[in-house]
Design a protein around this ligand. Structure first.
Ligand code: ATP
Length: 260
């Protein structure tokens, strides 16, 4: 991969997380560099989603620390993490099914809205102007993701692959510098996967967004990622380029053992 990768932006150090007796993550460390596409892979239950949830402030690990551009965010809630420029999409879509594509993506702008809800509801001058500016940005995202034809369609009526694209749009509306994608290709057919890969690479290329993604499809991981972290039973068993991890005996054993 010939991508321009810079300094470390996200530094995960010695993270351990348990739920009662279940150790979801044990002493996990890895870093993410500016501009790279980084994957987290591993068999089911390996701890991948838990790791993303630690990064975006949903879970508070019992041990370890995470820094974004040198700033600690151990005690931050998801909103504060989002304000630092981290957005994410979810494995199980969390869209408002009855709302249009446009309105769903608009919800991603909430974080950036300055006027209060009351002023917005009353369409007061500054609120109206602000809304128009947000609308413009959302329309640009809709163009970028090539979903103009469904702007007014309720999201629940769209095929699954398009819903995933809307979910990506909502995350992009937050103007993240670091984008976390939880299985962006899950449940998609080949064509939808190819489209999603193209959009992920375009986001990375055109907006310079750093991307961390969880993915089960090894072909996708090998094609679009610069470096890969491999988790198994909450432990890190591999970390390196796609070629490094593909030939790592521990990784091969974990996947064979899990029946992949
Ligand atoms: N909120 C929770 N409460 C209790 N246990 C949890 C919770 N979240 C995750 N776990 C446990 O932590 C471990 C790691 O789960 P996690 O969902 O992070 O794995 P994963 O690699 O994302 O799996 P999958 O590929 O199936 O999504 C599992 O044993 C899971 O049951």
């Amino acid at each position: 991969m010939s991508r321009n990768v810079g300094n470390v932006v996200l530094d995960v150090k010695g993270i351990s997380l348990s739920f009662g007796g279940v150790k979801a993550l044990t002493n996990i460390s890895f870093d993410v560099r500016e501009g790279e596409v980084r994957a987290i892979i591993g068999p089911n239950g390996a701890g991948k989603s838990s790791m993303l949830n630690c990064i975006n402030g949903v879970y508070r690990p019992q041990q370890g620390e995470i820094t974004l551009r040198g700033q600690h965010f151990h005690a931050m809630n998801p909103r504060q993490v989002a304000e630092m420029g981290i957005a994410r999409t979810f494995q199980n879509l969390a869209l408002f099914k009855g709302m249009s594509v446009l309105d769903n993506i608009m919800t991603g702008r909430n974080l950036r809205m300055k006027t209060g809800l009351l002023a917005q509801a009353l369409h007061l001058g500054p609120a109206r102007r602000e809304e128009l500016a947000h609308r413009e940005r959302v329309e640009r995202i809709i163009d970028f993701l090539e979903i103009q034809a469904w702007r007014k369609t309720p999201v629940g009526r769209l095929p699954y692959g398009l819903q995933k694209r809307v979910d990506l749009g909502r995350a992009l509306a937050m103007e993240p510098r670091l984008l976390l994608l939880d299985e962006p290709m899950a449940g998609m057919n080949l064509e939808e996967k190819q489209d999603m890969c193209r959009f992920i690479l375009d986001v990375n290329d055109e907006f310079g967004t750093t991307i961390v993604l969880i993915e089960h499809d090894m072909g996708v991981v090998m094609d679009i990622c610069d470096r890969v972290v491999v988790l198994d039973y909450g432990k890190k068993i591999g970390d390196g380029t796609p070629d490094d991890v593909r030939t790592n005996p521990e990784v091969i054993a974990a996947y064979l053992g899990a029946g992949h």
